[in-house]
Write a protein of this length. Structure first.
Length: 538
């Protein structure tokens, strides 16, 4: 056999050659990782195949097991990019460059997680550390940059699974932890069964099979744990509500159309409700909820908008929670508000959205970025953030208002419930993303919040999906997209708070820190092992 050509002293393969060699070695593993990422994307709505979420976690655990940190980091990236491409494809209405750009940014958070999975895979009880690393990754991604982007949390794929009740104990992080733990344990089970298959002799095979029973039992317990958690649903009292979905004329970026059109749609639907009440076809509600941006003009500034809203509210004869865009006192800014409009006294208390969406409702570094990305000029004014929770007295009910994407952020919803909200309202506007799957992804967040906080959740959207979710997370009523409709129901009002509300963010931070510390432990142990080897082989 001919000897391999030697590399002259002082010469090393170039970066391009090293990368090419790495790609050749890793292409099969990379392809499997990409397939796992796609599978995880299919676990979320509009597909909603939730068992794929622990299966995808198991796949990533297997693909990073025993690898170097660098290899694990790469595997995390090639898992993450296709996952987010599938999950966030609804952004194509803005542009496919937005889909790809945000997907890559979000996938970067899986790079350190992949490295951590590789490092901790050598530790005892490694499935536990793997689950903590999933929580740590989501903890970081939910907060940075620009306040974070919580889409794609494992918990949001499991709002109708055996894991869901765990939300009432530790919120979304507890659900994510249980799903990730199950997936990592399934990976451990696969490894144990593989060893049993390769074992020499019946006795060794029996021992290996007995070893496989441990992760199997643990995975079963993690999956079934939610069945032991009671979900509180009992009502302290009730209130009858109506949710008005006025509809918009067209989906996409230009859903607003001409001024007053969306407002008139909601006024007309509310006037029809009032006629049904007067005719005895419908019981009179105690309050009415309009969605985000139901008034596309500032009712305080535009007299016509004020009069149209006031007419509808007087006709129905009960308070209406009106979603409106209101000019801020600071020129160039606008507030996204929910306004309590009384039939006798007019507009009163209001809630201003605390967490505007970067690049959708405000533009960071506007002066610099607008020169490069001219599309950002379609956001002409920045939304000014509110500074308090959305607890509002709407007729006989003390409701907690959260607006649109705020339902994805743990602390905003939790603070609202702890401030006294007896039921939750999500005023949202998904008309830009109609028929893309995004409204379904947001609706399941309402389902999780209902269980997490033991509250009924009312989602009101101008174009759909509007829905009424019970405290047990079941969708009791919902509308179709791009239809004009009115939902009416009697919902429970509750005063008790859940364990998750009392615990706050503590479970998430503890699990995340355990994940980080497990990586540190793996690094220290690895260095000690290498030092010992050098000492034994001088």
């Amino acid at each position: 056999m001919a000897a391999a050509p030697s590399v002259p002293a002082g010469e090393r393969p170039g970066r391009r050659a090293r990368l090419a060699g790495f790609a050749r070695r890793e292409w099969r593993r990379s392809a499997l990782a990409a397939a796992g990422g796609i599978a995880l994307g299919l676990a979320f709505p509009p597909y909603g195949v939730w068992p794929l979420s622990p299966a995808a976690v198991a796949a990533l655990s297997l693909l990073t097991r025993g690898r170097t940190a660098r290899q694990g980091a790469w595997t995390g990236l090639v898992f993450g990019v296709p996952f987010f491409l599938v999950l966030l494809k609804w952004l194509h209405v803005i542009g496919w460059d937005a889909v790809v750009g945000l997907s890559v940014i979000e996938a970067l958070f899986l790079v350190p997680m992949g490295a951590g999975l590789a490092l901790t895979s050598r530790l005892p009880a490694w499935p536990l550390w793997a689950a903590c690393l999933w929580v740590a990754q989501e903890c970081a991604r939910d907060r940075i940059p620009f306040g974070g982007f919580p889409w794609g949390r494992l918990a949001f794929a499991n709002t109708g699974s055996p894991y869901t009740p765990l939300a009432s104990l530790g919120g979304a992080p507890a659900v994510t932890f249980a799903v990730a733990l199950t997936g990592a344990l399934l990976a451990a089970l696969v490894l144990a069964l593989w060893r049993a298959r390769a074992a020499a002799g019946p006795a060794a095979r029996r021992r290996a099979l007995l070893t496989a029973a441990v992760p199997l039992a643990a995975a079963t317990a993690a999956t079934a744990a939610g069945f032991a958690v009671p979900v509180p649903t009992g009502a302290d009292d009730t209130v009858r509500i109506a949710v008005v979905q006025g509809n918009v004329q067209q989906p996409g970026m230009d859903f607003l159309g001409r001024p007053m059109k969306i407002l008139n749609n909601h006024v007309e639907a509310t006037l029809r409700l009032a006629k049904d009440v007067e005719a005895g076809r419908e019981p009179r509600p105690d309050l009415v909820i309009w969605p985000e941006n139901a008034s596309d003009l500032d009712p305080y500034k535009h007299r016509e908008a004020y009069e149209r809203i006031d007419r509808a509210v007087k006709a129905v004869g009960v308070p209406v929670l009106v979603g409106a865009l209101v000019d801020h006192v600071k020129p160039g800014y606008v507030e996204n508000q929910g306004i309590v409009w009384d039939p006798r006294t007019g507009p009163g208390a209001s809630y201003t959205k605390q967490h505007p969406v970067p690049f959708g409702e405000y533009v960071p570094f506007r002066e610099q970025l607008s020169k490069v990305i001219t599309r950002l000029n379609r956001v002409p004014r920045d939304f000014y953030p509110g500074d308090h929770t959305g607890v509002l007295q709407v007729g006989p009910a003390r409701l907690g208002d959260v607006i649109c994407f705020e339902v994805a952020y743990d602390e905003i919803v939790r603070d609202t419930v702890n401030a006294g909200a007896r039921a939750l309202v999500v005023q949202t506007n998904n008309a830009t993303y109609g028929r893309t799957g995004q409204p379904e992804q947001q609706l399941v967040m309402s389902k999780l919040r209902a269980v997490e906080h033991g509250r009924a959740v009312i989602t009101a959207a101008p174009s759909g999906i509007s829905a009424i979710v019970g405290p047990d997370g079941t969708v009791r009523q919902r509308t179709d997209e791009f239809t004009q409709d009115v939902l009416t129901a009697t919902i429970p009002l509750r005063d008790d708070i859940t364990v998750a509300d009392r615990a706050g963010a503590a479970p998430e931070w503890v699990l995340a820190m355990v994940g980080v510390l497990s990586c540190a432990a793996a690094i220290v142990i690895g260095r000690r092992g290498r030092t010992d080897e050098k000492g034994q082989h001088p």
